[in-house]
Design a protein around this ligand. Structure first.
Ligand SMILES: [Zn+2]
Length: 226
């Protein structure tokens, strides 16, 4: 799309300044945040947390989910040697920020960069649900926070895709325009794993839900071949 900053798109409750001509400091601070979160002893001292600590770990898990989503975009950008620029965007008065790059990628690469945040979510949601099938009964607010971000983000993006609304920098818009597909199909492709992964959380023994979710996720990745 001419004139549109294509590339990594994200939703967030805040925004970063628009004057990041040199994105390095932002990238570095994101990386440091990611490292700090990965180093967080989520599995340790699981018992005995106060409700405040539990809530804090839940929020930290959600923030980690966001960082992992954005990291997916950044890794794809770096793989294609694209310079990432943090850009402030807004929609109906709600501030967002987006990681963008120059509009010079091939459609397939553009689809990859736009999808990479979801691909990151496919990986970490499968890691969590596969290794902690009984998460519902575990005391693990951090992982529950990560998984909550995963599901809520999919639902928000799915709603935006169905309504074809939101900032032009949204991931589904970039995906749809790059491979010439109706954005509403992408809405369905995101809503399915959101529903299925939620079902898996409460019914871990449902093999059909596990494999249907994995199939939809793999199918959405395969669209890169379209
Ligand atoms: Zn994104």
């Amino acid at each position: 799309m001419a004139g549109i900053a294509t590339g990594c798109r994200l939703l967030a409750l805040g925004f970063w300044p628009d004057k990041a001509q040199s994105p390095k400091p932002k990238v570095q601070s994101l990386s440091l945040l990611l490292l700090a979160m990965l180093a967080w002893p989520a599995h340790a001292s699981a018992q005995g947390d106060s409700s405040g600590q539990k809530f804090g770990k839940l929020l930290l898990g959600g923030a980690t989910g966001l960082v992992l989503h954005e990291s997916g975009h950044m890794i794809a950008d770096w793989a294609f040697e694209e310079k990432v620029v943090v850009k402030k965007v807004g929609w109906k008065g709600v501030p967002f920020f987006a990681l963008s790059h120059a509009n010079n990628l091939s459609p397939r690469r553009e689809f990859t960069v736009s999808s990479a945040g979801f691909w990151s979510q496919w990986l970490y949601s499968e890691q969590i649900l596969s290794h902690h099938p009984d998460l519902h009964h575990e005391h693990s607010p951090f992982r529950k926070g990560v998984l909550t971000f995963h599901v809520v983000t999919l639902m928000i993006y799915s709603g935006a895709a169905f309504a074809k609304t939101g900032p032009l920098e949204r991931d589904t818009h970039g995906m749809a325009t790059s491979i010439h597909i109706n954005e509403r199909w992408l809405g369905a492709l995101l809503l399915a794993p959101a529903a299925l992964d939620t079902y898996r959380y409460f019914h871990p023994a449902a093999a059909w839900a596990v494999w249907t979710s994995r199939g939809v996720k793999m199918g959405s990745v395969a669209l890169v071949l379209k």
